[in-house]
Design a protein around this ligand. Sequence first.
Ligand SMILES: *[C@@H]1O[C@H](CO)[C@@H](O)[C@H](O)[C@H]1NC(C)=O
Ligand SMILES: *[C@@H]1O[C@H](CO)[C@@H](O)[C@H](O)[C@H]1NC(C)=O
Ligand SMILES: *[C@@H]1O[C@H](CO)[C@@H](O)[C@H](O)[C@H]1NC(C)=O
Length: 168
Amino acid sequence: MSICHSLASFDIMKTCEGFSHLLLLWIFTTFLPAPSQVTGYVGHNVTLPCRTDFSNVTQSQWEFLSPDGNKTLIMVSSKQHGKTVHESHLKGRVDMEDQSLIIKNVELSDAGSYICTVTSFPDGPSQKNIYLHLKVPLRSSFDLFLKVLNSLLYHFLQKSKDVPFSRT
Ligand SMILES: *[C@@H]1O[C@H](CO)[C@@H](O)[C@H](O)[C@H]1NC(C)=O
Ligand SMILES: *[C@@H]1O[C@H](CO)[C@@H](O)[C@H](O)[C@H]1NC(C)=O
Ligand SMILES: *[C@@H]1O[C@H](CO)[C@@H](O)[C@H](O)[C@H]1NC(C)=O
């Protein structure tokens, strides 16, 4: 992008920037494997799969990648030492089965990128990125709608009670 800023004309600079954005997009879509996406439903359990072909898996772990690039270790499962759940927003709601991460009672804020790292012998570590996309199930959307309707109705009834009737 700095190459673009050294250009004298504003128009050429804009075109250059646009072009380099396109180029970047092309590089991303062409050379990086598309991250897998899993759809979960709020209030339900979801499984993020991390299958690998390795036979000698010694350790597997899951991290959460926040939009600002922070990685939070969620859970580590080791063949030798067993499972450890780390301090994160998911603590108390996660488990691992084989290499997959199971999130129970999913919340909207759980949405985002998850990184699975599987270490095997003698191949070493390999990573997989999975995006958890969340939907609110129809049932709870309907419940929410009923709640709002209910409180509106209540509000309306209270209001109409307050209005003094003036009969002559
Ligand atoms: C989620 O998993 C837990 C334990 O594995 C189970 O008790 C619960 O019923 C599951 N919830 C749903 C909505 O399937
Ligand atoms: C698995 O690990 C053992 C040593 O622990 C090694 O001898 C063997 O070749 C490994 N198998 C594979 C498929 O990598
Ligand atoms: C990101 O990580 C840094 C350093 O570990 C920390 O100071 C910061 O609070 C984190 N940001 C968020 C949004 O968690």
